[in-house]
Design a protein around this ligand. Structure first.
Ligand code: NAP
Length: 230
């Protein structure tokens, strides 16, 4: 898909995977809305993008707060004049490692809110206008995490997001919107930690594949960014 001049929202774009995705989309000519919890942090990324001749706008919202999500949606609609073409749901949290594998209920509540309910709310909010576009793409960032009961809240929240994508497929049939999942791989970010094997730069170009693919590729697929490394 051609994204030159089209609006893209990347959540959690202040650092890590989202930062790489925001810059890569801008380098392909997209107008990028850079999201994080802090306007200052988002603005710093905007400055990096504009210094490289790209176009970007900063926004901030705490995704554990439904009122803040509603304000973010309004703000994006104002910025784009209701014409968002790419929604990249990347922001996520990982609650602390629970050595005894007894995960507090609050870990589940916070993980589900930020990692599943917030992205689903953004999908639901922007889908109607995205269906009006000639082509549009939604990418929800998932994880290959497995067999780590100490991180069960994170793992279950990503499984719920995977299920959201799968069960949305009937509502995407015969529309211009593709909705897919992207697993970045285990990376040296604040979330991934220092023991991860790969640098976050390695997420590009793979993370762009579910955005740039053609309509025939379809929805409901998992793209593993590390599969596209040179
Ligand atoms: N790194 C890995 O090894 C790995 C592996 C598999 C999947 N993933 C997935 O890849 C995505 C990006 O991860 P990452 O490693 O790049 O994480 P990261 O470096 O910790 O960055 C997280 C981003 O999300 C934002 N964010 C965090 N909590 C938020 C909240 N409550 N409300 C709004 N924004 C929030 C942060 O904004 P602030 O700067 O404002 O905090 C930041 O921009 C996530 O979906 C993660 O689950 C990562």
């Amino acid at each position: 898909m051609q994204i030159q001049g089209k609006w893209a929202l990347v959540t959690g774009a202040s650092r890590g995977v989202g930062l790489r995705i925001a810059k890569a989309l801008a380098s392909q000519g997209a107008k990028v809305i850079v999201h994080s919890r802090s306007l200052d942090a988002s603005q710093q990324v905007v400055e990096q993008i504009t210094a490289a001749q790209g176009h970007a706008v900063a926004v901030a919202a705490e995704l554990s707060d439904n009122a803040a999500i509603a304000q973010l949606i309004e703000q994006v609609n104002l910025i784009t004049d209701n014409s968002l073409v790419v929604l990249y749901n990347n922001a996520a949290i990982m609650t602390p490692w629970r050595e005894d594998s007894i995960v507090p209920a609050n870990d589940y509540a916070l993980s589900f809110q930020v990692n599943c309910i917030a992205p689903a709310t953004l999908c639901d909010a922007f889908l109607p206008q995205m269906k009006q576009q000639k082509q549009a793409r939604i990418v929800n960032v998932t994880s290959g995490i497995a067999d780590q009961p100490q991180l069960m809240a994170y793992s279950c929240s990503k499984a719920a997001l995977d299920r959201y994508v799968r069960d949305m497929l009937p509502s995407l049939a015969n529309t211009s919107v593709l909705m897919n999942l992207m697993d970045p791989g285990w990376l040296q970010t604040d979330l991934g930690g220092e023991h991860a094997p790969d640098h976050p730069d390695s997420v590009i170009p793979g993370a762009l594949v579910p955005v740039l693919l053609s309509d025939e590729a379809g929805s409901g697929l998992l793209y593993c960014a590390q599969d596209y490394r040179a």
